[in-house]
Design a protein around this ligand. Structure first.
Ligand SMILES: [Zn+2]
Ligand SMILES: [Zn+2]
Length: 148
């Protein structure tokens, strides 16, 4: 599969040391560090259920964008998502691209980094950054969210 932004080949769960990737069906772009999440590729049933639920917001809502879904080539849609924090507040709004057809989502690295400090050595260590972003996604998936 290729990155919908820059068409680089995506790193998949088969890359060494990326177990969070297979749990959540994550593929990552080693060029822009964006992350593709897919219900079909997720091994954990919790992740699959979360994605199916999130997918409903994209089936008949959102604004079409120029990204083609890496899984099925459908034009993706964008919506704004905020996650609840433990203190009762909400995170910064993030733009989330989702496929209206299959249950796949694209997180731009810049959107994820709004929620986390920038990583050192990100440029020369794409696997390390990918791992850090995967941990962040893992945490986000456990939090209640609101899509607008
Ligand atoms: Zn990319
Ligand atoms: Zn799709």
């Amino acid at each position: 599969m290729r990155c919908p932004r820059d068409f680089s080949e995506l790193m998949g769960p088969e890359s060494p040391g990326l177990s969070l990737f297979s749990e959540n069906g994550i593929h990552s772009c080693s060029s822009c560090h964006g992350m593709l999440l897919s219900a079909d590729a997720a091994e954990s049933s919790l992740a699959r259920e979360n994605f199916e639920k999130m997918h409903e917001a994209f089936e008949d809502g959102g604004t079409e964008v120029t990204l083609d879904c890496p899984c099925c080539d459908t034009k993706m849609r964008v919506r704004t998502i905020v996650f609840s924090k433990l203190d009762g507040g909400f995170t910064e709004p993030m733009e989330l691209d989702g496929c209206p057809s299959c249950s796949s989502f694209w997180f731009d690295a810049g959107e994820l980094q709004k929620l986390a400090p920038p990583f050192e050595t990100a440029d020369d260590e794409p696997i390390r950054e990918a791992k850090a972003l995967a941990i962040l996604i893992q945490m986000l998936l456990l939090m209640p969210y609101r899509i607008s």
